[in-house]
Design a protein around this ligand. Structure first.
Ligand code: PEP
Length: 253
């Protein structure tokens, strides 16, 4: 049984004070997360506050990005070593905004993934096709390229530690959600590819989240799908009320 993973990606939102306020309100709304893993990725500068307020609350705190070197002349980048100093649990890699706004390549993301695993940070690897790629019937080709490149040279034991987030680019921040059927097909394809690259043990254990305009109103239909092991949530993770509602739905499915 794969444990459901509900993660919020705050993107470039919430400074230190807003971070503290968010968690205080969230703790009033949900006291127990039961069988669900809860995670939040705040901006770098709000991570220490998030770690501090969540210390006794069983919420995982992560970063939204990192570089693959320990230190050096990489202006503006963040070392995984620095994230470890902050007691960060996980790191989002290859988010579509990193791929498309900041031109991150599969090759770069692969280096980051390897480094995160070396440092004991759980990578949340984002993959997903653009609208044009879907319309051109290239979804599976794109997903295969992204998965193959990221897992190149990763051992089966390490592969199991990776969390994959299937995030169709056309559904991120647009209000358009993939139907449960579309998400299920993509998740099935990704899991099948992991099985081909490794074996059925790795494929059965690896968690694949869905991301793309997940809201309280559509969370139940998505999270009820067997192939969907949780959600990576942008907009709806910014409000304690909507994030708490999704957590509660996750506890019930
Ligand atoms: C995301 O940022 O990963 C995301 C899925 O955003 P949204 O939920 O706002 O579409």
């Amino acid at each position: 049984m794969r444990k459901l993973f509900i993660a919020g990606n705050w993107k470039m939102n919430k400074g230190i004070k807003e971070t503290e306020d968010f968690f205080n309100e969230l703790f009033n709304l949900v006291a127990d997360y039961g069988k669900v893993d809860i995670a939040i990725a705040p901006p770098f500068t709000s991570i220490p506050k998030a770690v501090e307020v969540c210390r006794t609350k069983n919420i995982l705190i992560g970063a939204q990005n990192m570089y693959f070197e320990d230190s050096g002349a990489f202006t503006g980048e963040i070392s995984p070593k620095f994230l470890k100093e902050l007691n960060v649990d996980f790191v989002i890699l290859g988010h579509s905004e990193r791929r498309h706004i900041f031109n991150e390549s599969n090759e770069l993301i692969s280096k980051k993934l390897k480094k995160a695993l070396e440092e004991g940070l759980t990578p949340i690897l984002c993959v997903g096709e653009t609208l044009k790629e879907r319309e051109d019937e290239k979804t599976e080709k794109v997903l295969k390229e992204q998965v193959d490149s990221a897992f190149n040279d990763i051992s089966p034991d390490d592969a199991k530690k990776v969390i994959i987030a299937y995030e169709p680019v056309w559904a991120i921040g647009t209000g358009k959600t993939a139907t449960p059927e579309i998400a299920k097909d993509a998740h099935f394809f990704i899991r099948k590819r992991i099985k081909e690259l490794y074996n059925s043990i790795v494929a059965d254990e690896i968690r694949i989240l869905y991301g793309g305009s997940v809201k309280p109103g559509n969370a139940k239909s998505l999270l009820s799908v067997d192939e969907i092991d949780g959600a990576l949530i942008g907009g709806a993770s910014l409000k304690p009320q909507s994030f708490a509602e999704i957590i509660k739905i996750g506890m019930e499915v």
